[in-house]
Design a protein around this ligand. Structure first.
Ligand SMILES: CC(C)(COP(=O)(O)OP(=O)(O)OC[C@H]1O[C@@H](n2cnc3c(N)ncnc32)[C@H](O)[C@@H]1OP(=O)(O)O)[C@@H](O)C(=O)NCCC(=O)NCCS
Length: 176
């Protein structure tokens, strides 16, 4: 399995159209929007590819993906530990989408991909400044997944979860 930026992987239409995660909007975004968002610099998508299993056109199947962009969190929307001595708004990285193909779910790939996303967000934050990773969870189920890995809920927006990137850097990974 390989993790590549969308533009480096240059996935074919067949690869992109074959992705199924259980949330049609996330499948559709990868198939129709990811490339454009990449070219316009609105979001950078990263793909996890299975080099051992080929899509119908003989190119590696997409196991999962996430995308990152820049963002911000209002101080009033953040837990006290994150808001402490932070500017308002707090500079953030934002993970807009995150999904694993159904054929690969339940095997630990999401945990692996989330770790990569957090490290990428830390690296981005070192370049432009971002102390938090912000995720708008697509469902209560998705939110439970993030909370399991130490994301904390915004006290104001119930579907928004936050992760302190300074903590990731300190532990060089996830809490568990
Ligand atoms: C959420 C999703 C990424 C999880 O993928 P997955 O491959 O099943 O997850 P993993 O196998 O890596 O699971 C890692 C751990 O998280 C746990 N987990 C998985 N989904 C969970 C959930 N919804 N709530 C709480 N824990 C969850 C697993 O039990 C596992 O724990 P374990 O190591 O103790 O067994 C996947 O189901 C998915 O893509 N769903 C559709 C899209 C989606 O909802 N994305 C989130 C967008 S905001």
């Amino acid at each position: 399995v390989q993790l590549l930026r969308f533009d480096r992987a240059a996935p074919s239409k067949v690869q992109r159209n074959g992705f199924r995660c259980g949330e049609p909007s996330l499948d559709r975004w990868l198939a129709t929007q990811a490339r454009q968002s990449m070219e316009s610099r609105d979001a950078v998508t990263y793909l996890l590819l299975d080099a051992d299993v080929m899509a119908e056109d003989d190119r590696p199947r997409i196991v999962g993906y996430y995308c990152l962009s820049s963002g911000e969190v209002q101080r009033a929307d953040a837990p006290a530990a994150l808001a402490d001595r932070a500017p308002d708004p707090i500079p953030a990285a934002r993970m807009g989408r995150f999904a694993i193909d159904e054929r690969y779910q339940g095997r630990g790939w999401a945990a692996e991909l989330l770790r990569e996303a957090l490290l990428a967000a830390v690296a981005a934050g070192k370049v432009i400044g971002a102390r938090v990773l912000l995720v708008d969870a697509i469902s209560a189920d998705a939110r439970a997944f993030y909370e399991r890995y130490g994301f904390v809920r915004s006290p104001i927006h119930p579907m928004q979860v936050l992760y302190d990137l300074r903590v990731v850097e300190a532990s060089a990974g996830l809490d568990r």
